[in-house]
Ligand binder design. Sequence first.
Ligand code: C2O
Ligand code: CU
Length: 652
Amino acid sequence: MSTEQVAGLDIRAVAPIGSVAARLRRVRGQREGRSRAQLNSAAVLTLGVAAIHFAVAPAHLLEYPLYGILFICLGLAQVGLAVAVLVVPSRRLFAIAAAGTGTVIVVYLVSRTLGMPLAPVPWRREEVGFPDVAATLMEAVCWLLFLLLMRRPRRPRTRGRIRLALSTAPGFLLACVLAYAGVGSALTPMPVAYSVAPAIPGQASTSLANLVAPPGPEPVKSFTLTAAVTTIGGHQAWAFNGTVPGPELRVTYGDRVRVTLVNHLPEATSIHWHGIRVPNAEDGVAGVTQDAVRPGGSYVYEFVANDAGTFWYHSHQDTSAQLPRGLLGAIVVEPRAGGVANQRDYSLTIHTLAGSDSIAVNGTANLHLDAVPGEMVRLRLINGATLGGGFDPTPQTPVLVGASYSVVALDGHDLNQPQQLGPERIPLGMGQRADVVFRMPAGDAVRVVGIQGSRPLLPFGPRQSTASVTIGDGPAPAAIEPGSLPRFDLTRYGVTAADPVADAGRYDLTQQILIGAEGPVFRNGGVGGIDTFNGHASPLVPPILVREGDLVRLHIVNPGNIGAHPIHIHGHVFSVLAKNGQPVAGSPVHLDAILVGPRETWDVAFKADNPGIWMLHCHVLGHAGNGMSMTINYAGISTPYTMGTGSGNVPE
Ligand code: C2O
Ligand code: CU
């Protein structure tokens, strides 16, 4: 039996096999003529892009099926292209590949700038995310490679295997790293709807939306804060009523404060009343106590000012992006008539100028204030500065020179019998406040110095920005090197007095809060370092569960060697118990943020007397955004709001 018969084939029918073989030989020859490294790199990068397109497809299928199908088709086409590039390379194929890849890049750019006509919301600019950036980077490299490959092949160049491997390695590595990071982040997207305190079916709970200020006879003080994009000093800023900081709101203890937020920004926003113990539904935290107010919308906040002191307000939606753009301002609650009043009373908001890293006080680097000799002057220092793009945790350390002074309040709470101080640096973490009072001397002006921007990373280039405040008209006091001055120590200042929370000695609950950093890990559709409480990043930090009436003690530990973390509580005030195990030796200290320096431990306590769901987070906004944020949940309270891509609420 002949082989031809066994195969059941007529030998003539397979005659073209010879020409196929010749064709393959020719192809191989062409391939040798081209850079094998370029071919291999283009193929593996195209496969990397396909992997990311497959990874993003499921989420898109759920959200907007057309996109899901598109990404699957694109992924399949790219797998086909990668195979074709290796098996049947030709100039025509490269031309088609370059045109196709170029089109994908252009469509991507359009979707991220103008928006797409066929989209969940037509012509709305889409968010830039890590997976799409990784995919587009690879596509850009592919596109260049296809253009190079389109050139007429040169004379075959024979290369050793090692040289070929070496020249393929960069493309291969790039594809591996970007595809891994892109696929990983695509598979760990920001949650769609995460609730920090969901109502549990079958269990009775009160929605925090009911926790509003009950009606009452208090005098009403009304304000309107309109958030809009403006230009200040040539830079774009997001501002309340056109200024950065926003207008100072002054009310009197016991007033009913009513603030209408009007949002003319291109994004949703909110207002949080930092340090004021408002009812939970008025706390202004997007995704926890309300939905962020959409562009064109408005929202009314109402609370009774039941703490006299220095507070501030700021956006609590996408805080790490919105606050540095300018959405912050001071709110001063003056004591009732008969309380201590000073002849001059100024709030000084320290902040960074939008669009730059320069430091300023009330909008300027050289603020001048009036006071005449003999007058008592109160300066309410507020640290609202986001240094280093929100990641530099260096506290401000303002120093008053030219007069002796006392620190009469911290975080809006009076200190008992404060003594007079010479020049001392007052450490103020982001979010913290200090009120200083002095008598205006005869002759010389008084200055506040030591207000600084980020230390530059390079020895040359822009200098560290500084800001100062000059009070009075006389000659400035002699310049001083703030770095050499002692630091104000709040744990041994003023005179001991009773404090029911600090003196309790027994607590219903003690919780440790361990400050940390880890990573890089995949989180919220990206990859990078995370900042943690007890080893977890928000929203996955287990909440502190309390019951109304509990006395709660927190043991806050910062094992790190660098960086001070201002740990801020909403809706409550901490009584400081001890620092590094040493009990407070002077006046009771009441703070809404504890500045926990390197290798420090702080013991603080609070009374759970304001039911709701409350944030507890580091006020270094970059840290909070990277996960250093959690909640205190009261038993029996739930929130109807969620954070994530579904609602668009992003509290940090
Ligand atoms: Cu001033 Cu949760 O913030
Ligand atoms: Cu921090």
